[in-house]
Every structure is written in structure tokens, then in C-alpha cells.
Design a protein around this ligand. Structure first.
Ligand code: NAP
Length: 289
């Protein structure tokens, strides 16, 4: 049976996002627009779940016949203990953001890093193999992004972080999983590393609203012609991106990561291509409301 026929029952396909808080999530607007555009009879609900109710809520996925959910802050790590299968993407990152219910068996995936890389390739740098990549930051987002970047076989990934020990620990951990040439450094090495990087990726919160004048590094250290990507999407163009663009760099903002992590989740649930342009439009429209 094709995926489209599989979901053409008289009952709607139930999807949602569990988090605490959840009211401001853009995921319902994005996924409901995607369901409508693909003609799938379904709905995607914001689900406010307190941490002490997480296990019951996960059991509720099966009890209520949800096809799947996204999981967001603060549940991404804790939820793993309640699932039947953890995909490699989530096990290595240590966090789940997407759950699929296959006849009562719950599988956890992480689509953040994979979604980011799909966005980077579609929107800015089609080929990552052989590239020298500098990643600014060593937090949760960096981990998922570096895992997915490493699968593309770049020449080298250098992690630069304000707290050098975190960069060193993350690099050692990922190297230990055979993910290639990954090194960790403190920010004092940033100027040297950036001088030869083909791609610079900001995964820190520096520059995010309301601190829009902050930059994680001096943009003048990035070589002209490099690609510069920022995970931040509020504002859509950070100061790092604006100054890099004016210096002749290719720039890539964080909205695409959000859209594509949703697109990959949508494809896990429904088995049909996600309408990425519709999803991006829906998120932009919801910003304007
Ligand atoms: P996290 O785990 O708390 O890590 C934060 C990282 O940012 C750490 O490496 C921290 O360095 C660094 N940092 C924070 N403020 C800084 C500053 N002022 N200057 C330099 N470094 C600073 O957070 P996360 O979950 O990884 O999220 C990081 C960013 O990614 C956020 O801006 C978030 O909005 C963005 N994000 C975007 C998407 C998307 O869909 N586009 C998805 C996930 C996350 P230390 O280790 O030294 O503290």
C-alpha cells in the first residue's frame, strides 16, 4: 500500500509536538500547512507536557493512535528511556526530536542535524565532501550538526568554543565514534582556524534576539569567499551573516534548519516528500502574526 493510500482512512492522521512551554512553537503552523498542501487528512497539535507527565504522554501516543510527534525542550533527552527503538541519528547525539509510531512500536529519531545539513546543501553549499569546516560552539545543537556534517566526509571539522574544554570533549567523543578528523579548540585559536576554513557555522547563541549586536567571532577573520552559516533564525539575518555577506561570503540563515528538521520528520511519518517551500512560507507568515 502506498503511503498516500495508507493515510486515506476516514480518521485524521494525528501528529503533534510535546514541550514545556509549547504555546509559541511554530511547528503546528508549519506542519498543518504541509498536511494541507499534500492533501493528507490530518492534524498537528501543540501538546503541553510537564516533565512529570512525560512517560504518560508517551504512552498516550500509542493509546490515542498518534502517528508520531516531535519532542522539544525540555524532553529531548528524557524521552529516550520510554521508546522501543532509538535510531543511530538519535543515539549518537543523545537526544530525540521525532517519534514514529509503527503499530504501537515507538522509534526515536533526531532530525535536527540531518535537517540542518540538507538545508545547507540545498540553500548554500551543494557539496560538503573535502571541505574544511569551522563550527563555533559545542552545545546540544553543535553535536547534532557535527554528527550530520561528518557523514558528508569533509576534510576536517574544527570546533571552536568559548569554554575550550567542552570543544575538546565533544571532538574527542565524536572522533571516538569514527566520525573523521574532528578537533576542539578555545576561541583564542579562532583567527588561525578561520583563515583557512571553507565553511564557518555558528551554533552559539551569540547574536540571537535581543542581543542582536553580538558576534561569536570577529567577521573580519573569516576569509572572503567562505560560506558562513548561522543556526539562529531570530533575527533571520544575524550581524555575523550581514557583515560576512558584505565581505563577499555566501551566507545561510537558521530558518532552513528549522524547516528541514520538520521536513525530515514529516517524511518519517508519512513517507511522502515534504512540501518544503510551503513549510517555509508558513513559518515566515507565523512570524508576522
Ligand atoms: P546550548 O547547548 O546551551 O549551547 C550553547 C553554546 O553557545 C555553547 O557552546 C556556549 O558556549 C555558546 N555560547 C552561548 N552564548 C555565547 C556567547 N555570548 N558567546 C560565545 N559563545 C556563546 O544551546 P544549543 O541548544 O546548542 O543552541 C545554540 C543555538 O542554536 C541557539 O541560538 C539556538 O537558537 C540555535 N538553534 C537553532 C535551531 C534551528 O532550528 N535553527 C535548532 C537548535 C538550536 P559555552 O560552552 O562556553 O557556554
Amino acid at each position: 500500500m502506498s503511503a498516500e493510500n495508507k493515510f486515506k482512512s476516514s480518521l485524521p492522521v494525528l501528529l503533534g509536538v510535546m514541550g514545556d512551554p509549547i504555546a509559541h512553537s511554530k511547528s503546528p503552523a508549519m506542519h498543518n500547512a504541509a498536511l494541507q498542501a499534500t492533501g493528507v487528512h490530518g492534524m498537528y497539535m501543540p501538546l503541553h507536557v510537564h516533565p512529570d507527565q512525560l512517560e504518560a504522554a508517551i504512552r498516550g501516543i500509542v493509546a490515542l493512535g498518534y502517528r508520531g510527534v516531535n519532542v522539544t525542550i525540555p524532553h529531548k533527552e528524557q524521552v529516550m528511556q520510554y521508546l522501543d527503538v532509538i535510531d543511530d541519528s538519535a543515539r549518537l547525539i543523545g537526544a530525540v526530536n521525532t517519534i514514529v509510531n509503527e503499530n504501537g512500536k515507538l522509534t526515536g529519531y533526531n532530525t535536527d542535524g540531518i535537517g540542518y545539513v540538507r538545508s545547507l546543501k540545498e540553500e548554500a553549499v551543494p557539496q560538503l565532501a573535502g571541505k574544511r569546516i569551522a563550527v563555533l560552539g559545542a552545545g546540544g545543537a553543535a553535536r547534532g550538526v557535527i554528527y550530520a556534517l561528518a557523514l558528508e566526509k569533509p576534510e576536517q571539522i574544527s570546533i571552536l568554543n568559548r569554554t575550550a574544554d567542552r570543544a575538546l570533549a565533544l571532538a574527542a567523543d565524536l572522533r571516538g565514534h569514527g566520525l573523521g578528523d574532528i578537533s576542539g579548540n578555545g576561541m583564542q585559536d579562532a583567527q588561525t582556524v578561520l583563515a583557512t576554513a571553507d565553511i564557518v557555522i555558528n551554533t552559539t547563541a551569540a547574536g540571537m534576539h535581543p542581543h542582536v549586536d553580538d558576534v561569536p567571532v570577529d567577521p573580519a577573520w573569516i576569509r572572503e569567499g567562505a560560506a558562513v552559516s548561522d543556526l539562529i533564525y531570530n533575527p533571520l539575518e544575524t550581524r555575523l551573516l550581514r557583515e560576512s555577506r558584505l565581505r563577499g561570503c555566501t551566507v545561510h540563515g537558521g530558518l532552513g534548519m528549522f524547516v528541514y528538521q520538520g521536513a525530515v520528520a514529516f517524511e518519517h511519518w508519512l513517507g511522502i516528500p515534504a512540501p518544503v517551500d510551503t513549510m517555509r512560507r508558513a513559518v515566515l507568515d507565523s512570524f508576522e502574526k
